[in-house]
Every structure is written in C-alpha cells, then in structure tokens.
Design a protein around this ligand. Sequence first.
Ligand code: HEC
Ligand code: HEC
Ligand code: HEC
Ligand code: HEC
Ligand code: HEC
Ligand code: HEC
Ligand code: HEC
Ligand code: HEC
Ligand code: HEC
Ligand code: HEC
Length: 389
Amino acid sequence: MSKGLKLKYLKITLIFFLNAFIFGVETAGAKGIMLLTPDYDSILYARMPTTHLVVEVQAKETLESLLLRSRAGEVEPFVTRMNNDAYYVHYRVSLVPGKNEFVLSPGGQHIVIDYKPLRTLFDADLDAPDVYLYHRQGIMHKQCRSCHEFNVVPKGNYTKSSPYGSRSPICYSCHKGIFEEVKWQHSPAANLLCEMCHREGKDGAISVFIGKNAVLCYQCHLIKGKPWGDMAHIHAPVGYGVCSICHNPHGDKYRFQLWADARGELCVSCHEDMAVLLEKNTKGIKVHGIVKGGGCVTCHDPHASDNAYMLYKPINQLCTGCHNDFAEVTQGHPVVGHPVSGPSNPLYPGEEFSCASCHDPHGSKFEHLLIGDLLSGHFCIKCHDKRAP
Ligand code: HEC
Ligand code: HEC
Ligand code: HEC
Ligand code: HEC
Ligand code: HEC
Ligand code: HEC
Ligand code: HEC
Ligand code: HEC
Ligand code: HEC
Ligand code: HEC
C-alpha cells in the first residue's frame, strides 16, 4: 500500500468512526444515491457562507427516505425535480468557517465541507488539492444541463427578463442569491452581464477573476480627471489592483457595493490598531469628533490623492475647512508667535510641520487631541528641549 493510499484508508476509517460517534452507525453505500455537487470532501473558498448540495436519486422509494443531516439537524430540500427517471434534490446549506459535516442517508454517506471565508479570492490557493470549484468540471455537469440549459431557465423558476446577452439567464438560475440578497447591487451583475467579467476558458470552465482585477474594473470605470495611478499617494490595495478586497463585484450591504461601512468598519478591518477609535469604550482615548461622525472617508480618499496620506486636501486646509476660526491663522497658536505650519516637524524630520504635528487627527488620551500632556509639561518638550525656547 502506498503512503497516499494508507493515509486515505486511515482517513476513511477515522471518518467512519467519527460518523458513527456523531450520527450513529448506518449501512454504508446505498444504491441509487449520488452526490453531484460538491465533492464528499472539499475545501470551499467563498464570500458568502452558503453553498448547494445537489443529489441525484434513482428510485422513488429512495427519495422518500432521503435525509440530509447537519450538526444542527435535518436539512430540508428547497427544490426537487425529475428528469429521465431520476430525481434531482437541491439543498441550500449555510456554512460556518472550518469543517461543516453532513450525513446523507440512507447509506450514511459523509460529506465534509471545509469552508474558508474570504473577502477576496486574491490570496486563495485555488489549485491546492481538495479545493472545490464547481465549474472546473467543465461548464457544468451533464445532468444539470438537462434543466439548466443555455437560454432555458428551469420550469417554474422565476427569472428577470434581461435585455442583455441571451446566455445570461443560465447563470441566474443557479446564482440569483449573489445579488438578489444584497442591498446595493452592482449594475452589470444585476443586469445579468455575468460574462462581461467571467469568461469561459479554453476547457469550457467559467473563470473566476482572481488577483489583480482592476483591469476588469477599468474597462468600464474611467476615473474622472487624473488616473489614480498617476497620483503621488496611492492606497496600497488600490496600487495592487485588488478592488474586490473592498468592493464586492456583485453587490453588498453598503453603498458602492462595500462589504462594510466606509466610515470606519471597512478601514479598521485592515488598520486593526485603529479599531479602538470605533469602540464604545475607547479606553481613555478621546476620539476626534469627526471620526465618530463622518468617519475615515471625510479626510482620506480610499483610492489615491496628490496629498500625503491620501488626504483630500493638504493637512492645514483640511483642518481649517471645519475649524474656521483658524482659517487665516499662520502663527500665534497655541502661544504668541508660534507657527502652525513649516517645512519640517522636529519630531519627524522629513515631514511637514502642521496642525497634525501637535494634534492627533484620530484621537488622543490628552486634552484637545494633543500628542502629549500640556499640564504636566510633557507637551512642549517633545519638540523643544528643556532650556529652550
Ligand atoms: C464586474 C465584474 C463581475 C460581474 C459583472 C460578475 N462577476 Fe462574479 N466575480 C467577479 C470577480 C472579480 C470575482 C472574484 C472576486 C474576488 O473574490 O476577488 C467574482 C467571483 C464570483 C463568484 C465566486 C464566489 C464569490 O462571490 O466570491 C461567483 C459564484 C460569481 N462571481 C458569479 C457571478 C454571476 C452569476 C454573475 C452574474 C449574475 C457575476 N458573477 C457577475 C466579477 C464579476
Ligand atoms: C447548474 C447550476 C449552475 C449554473 C447554470 C451556473 N453555475 Fe456557477 N456555480 C454553481 C455551483 C453549484 C457552484 C459552487 C458554489 C455553490 O454551491 O453555490 C458554482 C460556482 C461558481 C463560481 C465560483 C468558482 C467555481 O467554479 O466554483 C463562479 C465564478 C460561477 N459559479 C460563475 C458562474 C457563471 C458566470 C455562470 C453563467 C455562465 C454560472 N456560474 C452558471 C452552479 C451553477
Ligand atoms: C430536473 C431539473 C433539474 C436538474 C437536473 C437540476 N436542477 Fe437545479 N434547479 C431546478 C429548478 C426548477 C430550480 C429553480 C428552483 C427555484 O427557482 O426555486 C433549480 C435551482 C437551482 C439552483 C439555485 C439555488 C438557489 O439558491 O436559488 C442551483 C444552485 C442549482 N439548481 C444547481 C443545480 C446543479 C448543480 C445541478 C446538477 C448537479 C442541478 N441544479 C440540476 C431544476 C433542476
Ligand atoms: C461591464 C462594465 C462594468 C465593469 C466591468 C465594472 N463596472 Fe462598476 N459599474 C458599472 C455600471 C454601469 C455602474 C452603474 C453606473 C454608475 O453609477 O456609474 C457601476 C457602478 C459601480 C460602483 C458604484 C458607483 C456609484 O457612483 O454609485 C462601484 C463602486 C463600482 N461600479 C465598482 C466596480 C469595481 C470595483 C469593478 C471591478 C471589480 C467594476 N465596478 C467593474 C459597470 C461596470
Ligand atoms: C480600501 C478599500 C477600497 C479599495 C481597495 C477600492 N475602493 Fe473604491 N471605494 C472605496 C470606498 C470606501 C468608496 C466610497 C467613498 C466614499 O464614501 O466617499 C469607494 C468608491 C468607489 C467608486 C464610486 C465613487 C467614485 O470615486 O467614483 C468607484 C467607481 C470605485 N470605488 C472603484 C474602485 C476601483 C476600480 C478599485 C480598484 C482599482 C477600487 N475602487 C478599490 C473603497 C475602496
Ligand atoms: C485590505 C486592507 C486595507 C483596507 C480595507 C484599508 N487599508 Fe489603508 N492601507 C492598507 C495597507 C496595506 C497600507 C500600507 C501600509 C503601510 O505602508 O504601512 C495602507 C495605508 C493607508 C494609509 C497611509 C497611506 C500613506 O501614504 O502612508 C492611510 C491613510 C489609509 N491606509 C487609510 C485607509 C482608509 C481611510 C481606509 C478605509 C476607507 C483603509 N485605509 C482601508 C490596507 C488597507
Ligand atoms: C480629521 C481628518 C481625519 C480623519 C477623520 C481620519 N484621519 Fe487618518 N489621518 C489624518 C491625517 C491628517 C493623517 C496624517 C497625520 C498623522 O497622523 O501623522 C492621517 C494618517 C492616517 C494613517 C497613516 C498614519 C498612521 O497613523 O498610521 C492611517 C493608516 C489613517 N490615517 C487611517 C485612518 C482611519 C482608519 C480613519 C478612520 C477610523 C481615519 N484615518 C480618520 C486625518 C484623518
Ligand atoms: C470634517 C470636519 C472636521 C475636520 C476636517 C477636522 N475636524 Fe477637528 N473637530 C471636528 C468636530 C466635529 C469636532 C468635535 C466638536 C468639538 O469639540 O468642537 C472636532 C474637534 C477637534 C478638536 C478638539 C477640540 C477640543 O477643545 O477638545 C481638535 C483639537 C481638532 N478638532 C483638531 C483638528 C485638526 C488638527 C484637524 C486636521 C487634522 C481637524 N480637527 C479636522 C470636525 C473636524
Ligand atoms: C505647536 C503645537 C500646535 C499646533 C501646530 C497647533 N495646535 Fe491647536 N492647540 C495646541 C495646544 C497646546 C492647544 C491647547 C491650548 C489652547 O487651548 O490654546 C490647542 C488647541 C486647539 C483647539 C481647541 C481649542 C480652541 O482654541 O478651539 C483647536 C480646535 C485647535 N487647537 C486646532 C488647531 C488647528 C486647526 C491647527 C492648525 C491650523 C492647530 N491647532 C495647530 C497646540 C497646537
Ligand atoms: C510638534 C513640535 C512642536 C511642539 C509640540 C511645540 N512646538 Fe514650539 N515650535 C515648533 C516649531 C517647528 C517651531 C518653529 C521653528 C523653530 O523655531 O524651531 C516652534 C517655535 C516655537 C517658539 C518660537 C516662536 C517664535 O516666535 O519664533 C516658541 C516660543 C515655541 N515654539 C514654544 C512652544 C511651546 C510653549 C510649546 C508648548 C505649548 C511648543 N512650542 C510646542 C514645534 C513645536
């Protein structure tokens, strides 16, 4: 026995005992039941925590005793249709991150779906063993095509009539969930122009556009004015071209098809050290009023800008835009004669001296969002040694 085979045998034995332990022993290998999708043992990368199990059943008696169980209990099929004397039982299941176990009876066939939730397929290793891609089987199983045929939507299926490509309803009949269940739909997906972005590969398989999908987006989105790529400061994920890390290409909960609120939640999903700013209990940090109100995108452009830190305006213009009392101030704050701008910040030479040199624009433990404690004298000495000024 080869090492691989031994491992496989061990795995099957283990699964059997696990199965027996959780669900009770049943006679394995019922005739006339076949799982068509997914595989018995598969890794599934996806944004949405749901997938479909489609089972082919040959005889009516078997159909009557057919039962799919998850840890939570029995799963009800949502549609069963007959074709060429076989029944096609469809289940829609929700998944939790990690292993999801199902048992299909009679026969006690064990199905394990290892769900790996992802914001983007960008860093998914789709070529790893056991990774399940339905459309890798060719454009789709032969059996499925008997009902889900090109141009033909399954009988009894509700469909939107689309003025666009004649092939589009084919995707819709199986995938309506990806945009119907979301609030902000992306126009080309909602208009069933799936094939604008997913092309059939040479082998007939439908491609998932992973990696740098900006190329895809720029086909239709001509950025007004100066292209982001030509700007002095480009946000790293945009520079990388991974638009889908923030925008769901089909649609999502928040405006602009974002999966999280751009006022904060979206940003701190990566800028984790800033998550404290959004918490109810900010642990002694006084958050800048506007971070709570308008959020991160009041000051930062999420894509690119000619100003440092992708700010919409140079720092002092940005601040004085709201704090108008300071609009004309070039010096005299906080003490007589003190400048509020200059070529170099003594704390970080190489950076400009600005309002943000003394005030943390996000939040601070100290009064007035200062970078140090004014009263204890620890503020001025950050830039001026004890003898001066
Ligand atoms: C604007 C381009 C675009 C359109 C239009 C589009 N898709 Fe996608 N789709 C993508 C990209 C890009 C990905 C991979 C995204 C990622 O994860 O990085 C993707 C991923 C998917 C996935 C994988 C699961 C997921 O959500 O991550 C499915 C399924 C899918 N698309 C189906 C469809 C269907 C069906 C339609 C038509 C209703 C459609 N797509 C229209 C760009 C598009
Ligand atoms: C017969 C039903 C069916 C049809 C028709 C169909 N798909 Fe799928 N597709 C699936 C299933 C099942 C999955 C696996 C995920 C799931 O269970 O939802 C899947 C997954 C995908 C994925 C993720 C990658 C993969 O291969 O698993 C993409 C992208 C996708 N479909 C795009 C499309 C597009 C675009 C069309 C239309 C040209 C289409 N699909 C038509 C059933 C279908
Ligand atoms: C005998 C006909 C028939 C066959 C064969 C068939 N389906 Fe379906 N399928 C349907 C019908 C009818 C619906 C629509 C149900 C509805 O609109 O509620 C459907 C809906 C679906 C959906 C949409 C689920 C959802 O969440 O709305 C998926 C996914 C799907 N089928 C996948 C498959 C796959 C994969 C195969 C092959 C392994 C397959 N079907 C074979 C008839 C069939
Ligand atoms: C096939 C053409 C097409 C492709 C490809 C495309 N889009 Fe779109 N997109 C549109 C259309 C049409 C609209 C709706 C019209 C509008 O509001 O500008 C839209 C709207 C949007 C919006 C909302 C704009 C607003 O002002 O409300 C965002 C965000 C967006 N797309 C992002 C993307 C991203 C990210 C990609 C790449 C994954 C992409 N689009 C690829 C055609 C496309
Ligand atoms: C870091 C997250 C992030 C990434 C990556 C990202 N965006 Fe955005 N995008 C946003 C946010 C947030 C908004 C909404 C801005 C607002 O609320 O003012 C937005 C808005 C948009 C809009 C509509 C408003 C506008 O500026 O025209 C388009 C179109 C768009 N993005 C396209 C893209 C494209 C194309 C890419 C990839 C090159 C991309 N985005 C990458 C976060 C992102
Ligand atoms: C997908 C992850 C991701 C998301 C989401 C994200 N960022 Fe970033 N951001 C990065 C990375 C990576 C860098 C570069 C970090 C570095 O160089 O240390 C960066 C850098 C920055 C910088 C510093 C830029 C500079 O020139 O030094 C700012 C400001 C910023 N992000 C703001 C935001 C805002 C505002 C949002 C929400 C709209 C956001 N980010 C969402 C990944 C992300
Ligand atoms: C009042 C305007 C304003 C708001 C609102 C704002 N920022 Fe900033 N941010 C700035 C300024 C100004 C800088 C550069 C000055 C500095 O802190 O050194 C900056 C710098 C940054 C940097 C790079 C330097 C660092 O401190 O790591 C990141 C990342 C960043 N901001 C993320 C965010 C996030 C995330 C949010 C929302 C929770 C946010 N910003 C809200 C003004 C703002
Ligand atoms: C979009 C409007 C807006 C922008 C831009 C803005 N702020 Fe504010 N700022 C506010 C609001 C709202 C508050 C909370 C109300 C208040 O305390 O006055 C606040 C509060 C403050 C406070 C606290 C006042 C106190 O007495 O504790 C300081 C200091 C401050 N901002 C400095 C800045 C600096 C420095 C910048 C530029 C990096 C800036 N602000 C940019 C709106 C803004
Ligand atoms: C050299 C450090 C320093 C610089 C630069 C600076 N501040 Fe201040 N700021 C302070 C100190 C110290 C206080 C608290 C003492 C006080 O109330 O005058 C303060 C207080 C404030 C306050 C709250 C009290 C008030 O007067 O409303 C605001 C708002 C403020 N600054 C905004 C700004 C803006 C906008 C800029 C840029 C134009 C700026 N600061 C530049 C040190 C600075
Ligand atoms: C973030 C750095 C920073 C902090 C904090 C800071 N200063 Fe300054 N200060 C500067 C810079 C930059 C200048 C102008 C260049 C120089 O003279 O070194 C300056 C200049 C001065 C001057 C000379 C002004 C003139 O008339 O030429 C005085 C006085 C002064 N600071 C006092 C203070 C006091 C008092 C505090 C605390 C309330 C303080 N500074 C906090 C950076 C800072």
